[in-house]
Design a protein around this ligand. Structure first.
Ligand SMILES: Nc1ncnc2c1ncn2[C@@H]1O[C@H](COP(=O)(O)OP(=O)(O)OP(=O)(O)O)[C@@H](O)[C@H]1O
Ligand SMILES: [Mg+2]
Length: 315
């Protein structure tokens, strides 16, 4: 939105428009989905004015939000797919990790969530014919699991120049959940200025878990997590990038039959992830991935392995 257009929003004058631009909040959808407190802080205005601005942004963006089926189909035509490194896993996902949506990989320690994240941040850089998008990756690292040496290993295995590959991955370490949310918002700057095809958040939930510990904190935790997912989802459609988030599991004591492991964050995370993939360790270095509640692909499983080269098919 231009500054002129911002100023035409009821409640926004020149001064407020300036502050919105300065804060990088110059998109209608951003303003429409902001909290009152957030807007108050950014623009240094009263709550009433903030509420009015958000309300009018909501009204206008809602009208603009209706898309025809044809427009939706056109958007879908631009969906890109990133190879995971395993043809079997790609097939399970309908061709690879899709842009314009969030894919969640969840599983226990060592199930290979981080390996998949690192591998796709390498693969996204390949040309389309080789399963990439000729684009870079953003890696939001919450557990210090971005290990450059491992990326070098994977890049070499693909015959790629490791230095080039590393230069094309924008890594940021998140120190707490608020910082993580902020980094996702800041990612927009990187997206505007670079060709990026993938955003990784590894892990999505670990900092939220440690920041909101008590029972009474579950609701605020879920709210913040929801907002974070919303922001990520918006980036995925606005910039046609894939979002890959990893998630740990916990054991639910009330599940007596079947597998009691469930992803952290439950419905909030699930609701916003188009693809949920549960990974578990199997014999030797093999892994089993299962696609869970995908709206348009059949449930199924794929087997792959983790080797020195990275994510591979079992031959
Ligand atoms: N260089 C390598 N060569 C072979 N296998 C490797 C190599 N690096 C990692 N692995 C395999 O990947 C596993 C670790 O997987 P990863 O770190 O992706 O798990 P994770 O699901 O992210 O776990 P966490 O929940 O702890 O983050 C190791 O146990 C090992 O089996
Ligand atoms: Mg990990």
């Amino acid at each position: 939105m231009s500054k002129k257009e911002l100023e035409s929003l009821p409640g926004v004058g020149e001064k407020i428009a300036d502050k919105l631009v300065e804060a990088g909040c110059d998109e209608l959808m951003t303003i429409a989905t902001m909290s009152i407190g957030n807007l108050v802080d950014i623009c240094d205005i009263g709550e009433k004015t903030a509420a009015k601005i958000i309300e009018s942004a909501k009204e206008i963006s809602d009208v603009g939000n209706f898309k025809t089926g044809m427009e939706k189909l056109k958007m879908r035509e631009n969906v890109g797919r990133i190879s995971t490194g395993s043809a079997a896993l790609n097939e399970l996902l309908g061709g690879g990790i899709e842009t314009q949506c969030i894919s969640e990989f969840y599983g226990a320690y060592g199930s290979s969530k981080t390996q998949i994240a690192l591998q796709t941040s390498v693969n996204v850089q390949k040309p389309k014919k080789d399963g990439g998008l000729s684009a870079g990756a953003i890696f939001i690292d919450t557990e210090n699991t971005f290990i450059p040496e491992r990326v070098v290993q994977m890049a070499k295995a693909q015959g790629m120049d490791p230095e080039k590959v590393l230069k094309n991955i924008f890594v940021a370490r998140a120190f707490n959940s608020d910082h993580q949310i902020l980094l996702a918002e800041k990612a927009e700057e990187v997206l505007k200025n670079n060709k990026v095809g993938l955003i990784i958040v590894d892990s999505l939930t670990s900092l939220f878990r440690s920041d909101y510990i008590g029972r009474g904190e579950l609701a605020p935790r879920q709210q913040r997590l929801n907002r974070h997912m919303h922001a990520l989802h918006r980036l995925s459609t606005t910039y046609n990038v894939a979002i890959l988030v990893t998630n740990q599991v916990m054991s639910r004591p009330d599940v007596l039959f079947g597998d009691p492991t469930v992803p952290i964050g439950g419905h909030i995370v699930g609701h916003q992830s188009a693809f949920r993939v549960y990974i578990r360790k199997s014999k030797k270095n093999s892994r089993v991935a299962r696609l869970v509640d995908c709206p348009y692909l059949p449930e199924g499983e794929a087997v792959f392995k983790i080797t020195e080269n990275g994510v591979e098919d079992i031959k």
